[in-house]
Design a protein around this ligand. Structure first.
Ligand SMILES: Nc1ncnc2c1ncn2[C@@H]1O[C@H](COP(=O)(O)OP(=O)(O)OP(=O)(O)O)[C@@H](O)[C@H]1O
Ligand SMILES: O=P(O)(O)OC[C@H]1O[C@H](OP(=O)(O)OP(=O)(O)O)[C@H](O)[C@@H]1O
Ligand SMILES: O=C(O)c1cccnc1
Ligand SMILES: [Mg+2]
Length: 549
């Protein structure tokens, strides 16, 4: 496919209609007018988009949202109705020529350099550098922030769940019903996938982003059946012979045989639940997956499931497994696995011991860590609320700061040293140590030569004079690529599944102690000696000298 065709396809796959130039704060537009009126139309600015602290008490962040930013730049223009709305909304004294100016605005003179989506990133290192006409670059602030902040927070959250769950467990995102509204839900599904989830229950996200969709069934399906008489049809054709099989008769027969093996009386099991499971099995005989905790996992759900799964086996179908949504998930998963193993042995069906156990119910990072410690037999976690609402930290604080105007550096001072901005047009490099791990991120002035492999570089803490170190990198990675230039996408963002792989490969470059859950070691972000002096000279020039009296 040519890049033009790809571009067209991407336009069609635009995330949703609400991402548009008016999805911004009013002050961007009032500032645009004031800039325009004060003759700043030809001013050229550089803005950095970065965050100051890693989320979730961690020491890393996953950068996400870049593709959506590029789509936004591509489509950026004020429609007639946008202009009309602004004319009605802004004060009457606004000169009509300003609206004519807005009408023609596009991002053709903007250049965006960025870190690759899916990379691990760290505080103060700009994720995006936006250069171009001051007014346009200013107008992009809020929308770019909203596209990067939640995306990166979600991708980081998902990557953390993946890390604690380990690579042999499946992770499904079940959060749409609990998410921060429809758009929060859609974004959560997309970035959970990027962060390492295997699928989502969100069907629209599946369609829009080509993410695998997965699911089981709800308690309502079980409770809608009360007796075996609720079953209307009970016949299924054998998968190979096509002979009719009576799934109800077979299931009742199997329930008796299984109850003898696992020592649970069939009288205790719910017939309504059995009817529901048979009915679901008739609809989805291959990979039949049943919710087993509606009444009692041990005394009813497991027995009924095993009965239907064995009946299906007589008809030539292999069941998939169970979902447990309440109770002690470690204990119940071990119980379920032991039950499957007993049946596998009793009836000489080895595959039965490998049936999938899905667990859900308010799961978060701590629950998974605790379940790991206790020993569990869960194959798949279904995770909603804590994942998609990022309950442990609901926002990532990315900011967008002016660092240069018309070639002149700008600094924002603050009582809080951590909030002082690093001025000027900069480059970012990741320096790798002898063992191949990422060692430090280094910010330099763009006029400086890039660090070189095997050459000693002085890396300094941006604000603490005594903190510095020499590094001899074994590899140097320039973190920025130009993604947007001359009104078109200059570097094509990678497809979702490649961004998802990038997250895992990028995380592998970090030392384990930086990724650990409890008290992780901070990763170092430094500035070159040149940039250090530049920051501090500018700081002195801009800080007023007080007078004591
Ligand atoms: N073995 C375990 N170790 C640690 N936490 C667990 C374990 N098993 C379950 N949990 C967690 O404990 C919490 C149990 O919540 P709660 O008491 O509200 O649910 P429940 O009574 O089991 O189910 P429900 O109210 O949905 O019927 C959930 O957050 C669940 O993820
Ligand atoms: O627990 P979460 O991580 O948010 O995962 C999604 C939850 O959504 C469903 O619950 P449902 O809406 O049926 O409500 P309930 O289980 O809380 O009763 C499902 O049974 C999960 O428990
Ligand atoms: O498919 C499921 O099991 C599911 C989907 C959404 C929420 N809870 C569970
Ligand atoms: Mg639940």
């Amino acid at each position: 496919m040519s890049s033009e065709e790809l571009n067209i396809k991407r336009k069609m796959a635009r995330q949703n209609g609400i991402v548009q130039p008016l999805l911004t704060d009013l002050y961007q537009i009032t500032m645009a007018y004031a800039y325009w009126k004060s003759g700043k139309v030809n001013d050229v600015a550089v803005f950095d988009l970065f965050f100051r602290t890693n989320p979730f008490q961690g020491e890393f962040t996953i950068f996400a949202g870049l593709e959506e930013c590029l789509k936004f730049l591509e489509n950026f223009h004020y429609s007639d109705s946008d202009i009309q709305y602004l004319q009605q909304t802004l004060p009457e004294n606004i000169e009509p020529e300003f609206f004519a100016y807005l009408k023609d605005l596009t991002c053709k003179d903007i250049r965006v350099s960025a870190i690759e989506e899916g990379s691990v990133v760290f505080p103060r290192v700009p994720l995006l550098r936006v250069e171009g006409p001051l007014i346009v670059a200013q107008l992009l602030e809020t929308t770019l922030l909203t596209l990067v902040n939640f995306a990166s927070l979600m991708a980081t959250n998902a990557a953390r769940y993946r890390m604690v769950a380990g690579k042999n467990v499946s992770l499904l995102e079940f959060g749409l019903r609990r998410a921060q509204g429809p758009d929060g839900g859609l974004s959560a599904s997309k970035y959970a996938y990027i962060g390492g989830f295997d699928g989502t229950s969100n069907v629209l996200a599946g369609k829009m982003f080509n993410i695998p969709v997965r699911g089981t069934h709800a308690h309502s399906f079980v409770t809608s059946f009360s007796t075996l008489d609720d079953l209307h049809s009970v016949i299924i054709r054998h998968a190979e012979t096509q002979n009719p099989c009576n799934l109800l008769e077979l299931s009742i027969e199997w329930r008796k045989r299984v109850s003898a093996v696992i020592d649970i009386s069939p009288e205790e099991a719910s017939d309504g639940e059995l009817a529901a499971l048979i009915s679901y099995a008739l609809a989805f005989p291959s990979g039949f997956l049943a919710l087993v905790d509606t009444y009692d996992v041990k005394r009813s759900g497991l027995l009924n499931f095993c009965a239907v799964a064995l009946a299906l086996n007589d008809c030539g179908y292999r069941a998939g497994g169970i979902r447990i949504d309440s109770g002690d998930l470690a204990y119940l998963s071990v119980l379920a696995r032991e039950t499957f193993e007993s049946i596998a042995e009793a009836f000489k069906l080895p595959w039965f011991s490998k049936l999938t156990i899905v667990a859900s119910n308010d799961i978060n990072e701590e629950t998974i860590l605790s379940l790991n410690e206790q020993g569990h037999k869960i194959d798949t976690f279904g995770i909603g609320t804590h994942l998609v609402t990022c309950q442990r930290q609901p926002a990532l604080g990315c900011v967008y700061k002016l660092t240069e105007i018309n070639g002149q550096p700008r600094i924002k001072l603050s009582q809080d040293v951590g909030k002082v901005t690093i001025p000027g047009h900069k480059e970012a490099y990741r320096l790798f140590g002898a063992d191949g791990h990422a060692l430090i991120d280094l910010l330099q002035r763009s006029s400086e030569p890039a660090p070189e492999v095997g050459q000693k570089v002085l890396c300094r803490h941006p604000f603490q004079e005594s903190k510095r170190a020499y590094v001899i990198p074994s590899k140097v990675e320039h973190l920025y690529k130009v993604y947007w230039k001359d009104g078109i996408i200059h570097t094509m963002p990678k497809p979702l599944h490649e961004v998802r792989q990038r997250v895992q490969s990028s995380l592998r470059t970090l030392r384990q102690d930086i990724k650990r859950n409890l008290n992780p070691t901070p990763y170092k972000v430094a500035v070159s000696d040149d940039l250090y002096n530049f920051i501090h000279d500018l700081w002195l020039q801009n800080a007023p000298i007080g007078e004591l009296s």
